[in-house]
Design a protein around this ligand. Structure first.
Ligand SMILES: [Zn+2]
Length: 368
């Protein structure tokens, strides 16, 4: 267990925020080196400028049949230097703290060990592919086509995002839409020419209420205006205002309907221009019958190992699993480490969850 803690701690100290490609690539080096030593075939694809590389591992029988695809992202949301002061890598009881301990280096690490276990034992049921990505935390702009290509050809997809609420896994996720709204009014001196002005902020305020009022909890739909900028000075009727919209939906049809409603908003004031860009980014990951069957299978394996595997109700956060599930490929997510505090300075993984979940990943690769 000390060896596990030391090796995973070294990963946590290798800081890898999405926009620090050198750090992300050091993580890719660690993965590629470890896999290479275990005799696993390593493919490395150079990232586009500003982003880290992609590493793809292959193992199992060399037969022309659909693979099981494992997916982990190695980027984190924590800026460089976080592990020096704000979130030191340290063990407190069962909690291993550090940037990405929970989301998701803990999960990537345990899945890599399972992948090596299966490769070494020669016990894979079908070809295995492991995709390590550098850009999940910004919506996977570079790797989405790779995810959809490898995922579309796969029989099953396993995602190592963190477990929830005491080790539960994820079998459905909301879809995510992103929009950028620009409002252009007419500037005027707020004292002498007030009546000539057309306030972009006033118009934006009305649009923001319209959009926020689309939230429908019973339906599982939420809209959030998370950022607003605008105006130039306290004594000027503002010409510009800009805000962002985050949309979450539970079904593809709601995704289309709400995206159309947001994109179709028109100004209250005919003298003000409202320009809306954006759309659905991640489609919803719905729990189909095929997903339910894979979950039941995983539950049986967990019982053999000695723990009870449960699932969470549809979660609001998107992941790369949304892309493969939307293609109709049975996808299980949340197979990573248990813990808490994703994206915060109190992020930790539970060391005691590593072994059982490594075994579960191994058995999935041997039986699916
Ligand atoms: Zn994550």
């Amino acid at each position: 267990m000390n060896d596990t803690i030391d090796r995973l701690s070294a990963w946590l100290r290798t800081e890898s925020p999405t926009h620090a490609p050198a750090g992300v690539n050091r993580m890719m080096d660690l993965v590629a080196g470890e896999a290479g030593e275990a005799g696993i075939a390593v493919e490395r694809i150079e990232g586009r400028p500003g982003l880290g590389d992609v590493v793809i591992l292959r193992a199992g029988p060399e037969r022309d049949e659909p693979a099981t695809l494992v997916m982990s992202h190695l980027d984190t949301v924590h800026p460089l230097g976080t592990c020096e002061h704000d979130l030191r890598v340290r063990l407190e009881g069962d909690r291993l703290y550090g940037p990405g301990a929970y989301d998701m280096k803990g999960g990537a690490w345990l899945a890599l060990q399972a992948f090596k276990d299966v490769a070494r034992a020669g016990s894979a049921k079908r070809p295995l592919v492991f995709l390590f990505t550098p850009d999940e935390e910004i919506g996977s702009p570079m790797t989405r086509p790779m995810i959809e290509d490898l995922g579309g050809k796969a029989a099953f997809v396993l995602v190592t995002e963190p477990a929830r609420d005491g080790g539960r896994i994820v079998t459905s996720r909301k879809g995510v839409g992103r929009f950028d709204v620009q409002v252009e009014g007419r500037p005027a001196h707020s004292g002498s020419r007030h009546q000539d002005g057309r306030s972009a902020i006033r118009e934006a305020a009305r649009q923001i209420l319209r959009i926020e009022n689309m939230t429908d909890y019973p339906r599982g739909v939420t809209t959030t205006v998370g950022m607003v900028t605008g105006g130039t000075a306290a004594n000027v009727v503002p010409q510009h205002c800009r805000f962002s919209v985050d949309l979450r939906v539970t079904s593809a049809s709601d995704g289309e309907a709400y995206a159309a409603a947001i994109l179709g908003l028109t100004p209250h004031d005919p003298d003000v221009k409202v320009t809306i860009a954006g759309g659905m980014n991640r489609p919803p990951y719905e729990k189909t019958e095929a997903v339910a069957r894979v979950f039941e299978h995983a539950r049986g394996l967990a019982a053999e190992i000695g723990f009870d595997l449960e699932e969470v109700p549809m979660t609001g956060g998107g992941s790369d699993g949304n892309f493969t599930a939307a293609l109709g490929v049975p996808t299980l997510d949340g197979l990573g480490i248990d813990g808490d505090g994703a994206h915060t300075l109190s992020e930790y993984g539970l060391v005691s969850s590593i072994e059982p979940r490594r075994k579960l990943m191994r058995r999935l690769l041997e039986t699916l």
